[in-house]
Write a protein that binds this ligand. Structure first.
Ligand SMILES: *Cc1c(COP(=O)(O)O)cnc(C)c1O
Length: 431
């Protein structure tokens, strides 16, 4: 029996923020999830030790934590941070930059860096994440890859959510330059792909079609499993620093990691050919990037433990959830199918009321750049839009699912989940 959890729910009842009905379900949930969360602590410890070793082997020092300006020539902190990240991600090389405005930007720099007119790119995991559709040119946009004569093909996942490797191998042509994989579910109800499955596909491609490069959109997946795709044959991965690897502290940025010559090409696209990774300063200083990376194993653990609680809570309340609380995870996202637009709005408004920043705000669905449907986003975060912090996003479209992720502390995620559940209860939207 987890007495601290029960105390939390009791306090919420006493303060009039939770009904005894929801508190009762939450208490039972806490008991169900305790062994699953206990097991997860082993993953956290494994990554924390590896992270410490990465820092020590790169000889991170106090003087790396200060600022640099202008070109940043000879900025050893920049190179050291790249080196720490490379080791943490089992990669030859990495490019960690605050000049990446988002994960989409880092992924786009990788794609534009590697692809040339006449090349073909294949997505091996169906339709890519919303913001990448304009990058590729699936959705019309000026300056897309398609605009530069780079064609696109897609191999859908099998109905069970696994990679359709035979079809993928068949679709590869001499023009195929790159095959991309999306590890996370993104805004869809498919399962996240395990690193082992992505690695298997990359290795098979490497053997059968050695001219093809493999790229993984690694967003939301970092440190959720023991290995990263780069450890199992993926040539290049990319992601955001306001998700897992920023540890809730990195104020902005993205990363690319993998084979050194490919990282260099992405760097040439971020800055300019020739100067690549060798310029770029950090006027605000790199302390939060180092510190966030060091904290990332703990913060990812807190997010996962919170997601496990939320999965069980909403399952107990009668909703379909994916993954289930005791299922394998390869990303930090918890999807909950609420089933109605009003329910999605209630969930997000409830979650918002549990946030330390903008807790008084009532979120509403809105058009968002890069997204086709209106999206409602909840999350009063210290870093704008950071999904390493507690947040929920939901495109207002069938099947009306919310995607819930992050949370700097497990207790805080539990608070958010129960208050969201309470909001559904208050509006008579529970099944
Ligand atoms: C978050 C995310 C991205 C990039 O999104 P940004 O908001 O630009 O950081 C790309 N792919 C997936 C699967 C994501 O989850």
């Amino acid at each position: 029996m987890t007495t601290t959890a029960n105390q939390l729910f009791k306090d919420l009842v006493q303060k009039g923020r939770l009904s005894s009905t929801i508190a009762e379900v939450a208490s039972l949930t806490a008991i169900d999830v305790a062994p699953v969360i206990e097991e997860l602590s082993g993953l956290r410890d494994y990554h924390q030790l590896r992270m410490l070793e990465s820092f020590q082997e790169s000889r991170v020092s106090d003087y790396h934590l200060g600022v640099s300006t202008g070109y940043g020539y000879g900025d050893s902190a920049r190179d050291t941070l790249d080196q720490v990240m490379a080791q943490a991600l089992f990669a030859e090389s990495a490019l960690v930059r605050e000049q990446f405005v988002s994960g989409t930007h880092a992924i786009a720099a990788a794609l534009y860096g590697l692809l040339r007119p006449g090349d073909e790119v294949i997505s091996a995991t169906g339709l890519p994440y919303d913001t990448l559709r304009e990058v590729i040119g699936i959705d019309q946009a000026s300056g897309s890859l398609q605009d530069f004569g780079i064609t696109y093909r897609q191999v859908d996942l099998k109905p069970d959510g696994s990679i359709d490797l035979p079809t993928l191998l068949e679709q590869v042509s001499p023009r195929t330059k790159l095959v991309m994989f999306q590890r996370s579910r993104g805004y869809s109800l498919r399962p996240s792909l395990s690193v082992a499955e992505i690695g298997q596909a990359c290795q098979t491609l490497n053997q059968r079609h050695p001219h093809v490069l493999t790229f993984v959109d690694n967003c939301y997946g970092e440190l959720v499993e023991k290995l990263e795709p780069t450890a199992l044959g993926a040539h290049l991965i990319a992601g955001s620093l306001i998700k897992n690897l920023g540890g809730g502290l990195a104020p902005t940025g993205g990363y690319v990691a993998g084979k050194a010559e490919l990282v260099e090409k992405a760097a040439g696209r971020l800055t300019a050919p020739g100067i690549g990774a060798h310029v770029g300063s950090s006027p605000g200083g790199r302390r939060l990037y180092f510190q966030g990376l060091f904290m990332a194993p703990q913060v990812v653990y807190e997010a996962l433990a919170g997601a496990i609680f939320a999965a069980r809570l909403f399952e107990r309340l009668g909703f379909a959830v994916t993954p289930r609380y005791d299922e394998h995870r390869s990303d930090i996202i918890q999807a909950i199918t609420i089933g109605t637009a009003e329910g999605v709005v209630a969930f997000c408004q409830g979650l918002q009321q549990a946030c330390p920043v903008d807790g008084f705000v009532l979120p509403e669905p809105n058009a968002m750049p890069g997204y086709a449907d209106p999206v409602i986003m909840a999350g009063g975060t210290f870093i704008q839009g950071a999904t390493s912090e507690l947040s929920a996003d939901a495109p207002i479209r069938e099947p009306y699912a919310v995607y819930f992720q992050g949370g700097l502390s497990q207790t805080f995620v539990r608070l958010g989940a129960v208050i969201a559940a309470q909001k559904l209860y208050d509006r008579a939207l529970l099944p």
